[in-house]
Design a protein around this ligand. Structure first.
Ligand SMILES: [Zn+2]
Length: 157
């Protein structure tokens, strides 16, 4: 199973949690700017392959976005084009990205928002000792690490 992550998906550290192969475009990496996300970027960076989409796919995505009246950023276009090249599942919270991707026959899943079909369930979790906690616990009582929110990813297939 292949996944293409947009910036939102990278910020949610999704590459660390999804099964199979993870891909993104270099523009998304550049958009991951805040410190905390940079740190999590290091955690999953080895799992993440950065590729450039084909020109054909970029053109196709631009054409479809125009047809649908979606204003996509250049980064959005490249994310969708890469998913088209790889026949991968797109992880994004951008409505326009999800819309265009679905129109192109790709499988697209939202990240932070509750899934359209309830695909993502958030759990509270210590990244160090892997203990799960109730939503109100912010610091792990066992090892003192900051508890993070983590999606429990369910694929519909
Ligand atoms: Zn812990």
């Amino acid at each position: 199973m292949k996944f293409v992550h947009d910036t939102g998906s990278l910020l949610a550290s999704m590459p660390a949690y999804v099964p199979g192969e993870s891909y993104t475009v270099k523009e998304c990496i550049e958009e991951v700017k805040d410190k905390e996300s940079k740190r999590s970027l290091q955690i999953y960076f080895e799992k993440l392959k950065v590729l450039e989409p084909s020109k054909n796919s970029v053109e196709k995505v631009r054409r479809v976005a125009k047809e649908l009246g979606e204003r996509l950023s250049e980064t959005d276009v490249k994310v969708i084009a890469l998913a088209l090249d790889l026949n991968a599942i797109i992880l994004s919270d951008d409505y326009g990205v999800l819309n265009v991707a679905t129109y192109l026959g790709l499988e697209a899943k939202p990240v932070r928002t509750k899934g359209i079909r309830g695909n993502v369930v958030w759990i509270n979790y210590c990244p160090i000792c892997k203990t799960e906690y109730p939503p109100d616990v912010e610091v792990c009582p066992r090892c003192g690490a900051k508890v993070i929110k983590r999606p429990r990813f369910k694929t519909s297939k």
